[in-house]
Design a protein around this ligand. Structure first.
Ligand SMILES: Nc1nc2c(ncn2[C@@H]2O[C@H](COP(=O)(O)OP(=O)(O)OP(=O)(O)O)[C@@H](O)[C@H]2O)c(=O)[nH]1
Length: 382
């Protein structure tokens, strides 16, 4: 048989989880590596840094046009001078902002060169402005001014386009990242859900295995291991309280004949009916178990020999009185019982079991369908 297809569900889910988590981690890593240059910059702020000098460039053009009409207007000269002082500050601000972006310098080099050229010509423009104030015609100023304005306008326009494009790319990256993170969270939630299901299943199976390991499947009673789980506790309680603990071993008489005459399934049915009869005659605190084959056991805490004798005699009578209908086959079933009691002494469970077994042996020896009690000085009949 191909073992590959026989792996347990938990193993398959674990493998699937690991693969999926690995793929998600690699995909996220690759994506982040690719987009990291778009994520580190605040392009929106830089776009604002470029728009502001663009406005001043417009003001510069309008001032230059006004010089045609009013070359000696002192207010105009002052406004123009003011604009000239601001231009280098803007250029510095934009240069600084660009140097902080992860953009390749080649992308904005041409624009920066134009800005630089404009800045270099500013002293000449200031000198021309001074000459106008002294009465010279504005022609030189207007000519040089438009050349500078042209450089500024083109440089800022180019930068504005570049930064808008980068800002748009950044937005797309952020949107994809948000979708990626949402998907990752969804995958993690699904995986956690699967993991919970597997854990619940394992827990359920663990409980089932535990139950089965302590239960006799045929009769539904506890098995030998189930009974042994209680013995330490019951002995300890008995020794602490000083109250007696009794044990009865119950064995079906000539059960082999039932199997031989009516078959194994009929024998199973008899065992089940006897198990029910046992349960019907004991208290809730008593521990009933099938030790194996056709042998049962009842541990009776806080029960002296006389009390245990009453219970075992009731069990014997009840089984003997069971009808053919109960068994499903025309058979008369009886049981032999061996009884032993410990009273606050140092006896071990093995000793108690051995004494009950001796008594059972005596019950069989004396003709079956009876209760024999293990007495301190040899066994005695009920
Ligand atoms: N149907 C059935 N038979 C079982 C089961 N376990 C043990 N047996 C049978 O129980 C029979 C026990 O036979 P013996 O040990 O000779 O005991 P007995 O025939 O009851 O005779 P005494 O105990 O001496 O009265 C055997 O035939 C086993 O095969 C079981 O789970 N189901």
């Amino acid at each position: 048989m191909n073992r590959r297809f026989n792996r347990p569900l938990g193993w398959q889910l674990g493998l699937g989880f690991t693969l999926l988590a690995g793929i998600c981690a690699i995909a996220t890593g690759v994506y982040l590596y690719q987009v990291r240059q778009h994520l580190g910059s605040n392009y929106t702020a830089l776009v604002a840094d470029v728009i502001r000098p663009q406005l001043h460039t417009v003001l510069l053009r309008s001032a230059l046009e006004d010089f045609h009409a009013h070359p000696q207007d002192s207010e105009l000269i002052e406004r123009f001078d003011n604009l000239l002082w601001r231009i280098p500050q803007h250029i510095e601000g934009v240069e600084f902002g660009l140097s902080k972006t992860p953009l390749a310098p080649a992308a904005y080099e041409a624009a920066l060169n134009r800005l630089e050229r404009a800045r270099e010509h500013l002293p000449e423009l200031r000198q021309a402005l001074g000459e106008i104030a002294a009465g010279a015609p504005p022609d030189d100023l207007i000519q040089q001014g438009f050349a500078i304005e042209n450089d500024l306008a083109q440089a800022y326009s180019r930068l504005s386009y570049l930064l808008h494009a980068e800002a748009a790319k950044q937005r797309i990256v952020m949107e994809r990242l948000a979708i990626g993170i949402a998907l990752l969270i969804l995958v993690i939630l699904i995986l956690v859900g699967c993991l919970m299901l597997v854990l619940m299943r394992l827990h359920h199976q663990h409980k089932k295995v535990l139950r089965l390991s302590l239960m006799d499947e045929l009769t539904g009673l506890g098995n030998r291991r189930y009974m042994l789980n209680f013995t330490d506790l019951l002995f300890e309680q008995s020794q602490r309280s000083g109250l007696p603990l009794s044990m009865a071993l119950i064995d079906l008489d000539h059960f082999k004949r039932v199997n031989d005459d009516f078959g194994h399934p009929a024998g199973d049915q008899v065992l089940k009916v006897v198990a029910d009869a046992l349960l019907g005659e004991v208290r809730k605190v008593d521990v009933v178990a099938r030790l194996g084959g056709e042998e049962f056991c009842v541990l009776m805490p806080e029960t002296d020999t006389q009390g245990a004798l009453d219970v075992t005699e009731r069990i014997r009578q009840r089984v003997a009185s069971l009808s053919h209908q109960a068994f499903g086959v025309p058979v008369a079933v009886t049981v032999s019982l061996g009884l032993a009691t410990v009273v606050a002494d140092d006896a071990t469970f093995d000793q108690l079991y051995s004494r009950a077994d001796q008594a059972l042996y005596q019950a069989k020896l004396q003709g079956r369908n009876r209760v024999a009690v293990d007495c301190p000085h040899g066994s005695c009949n009920a």
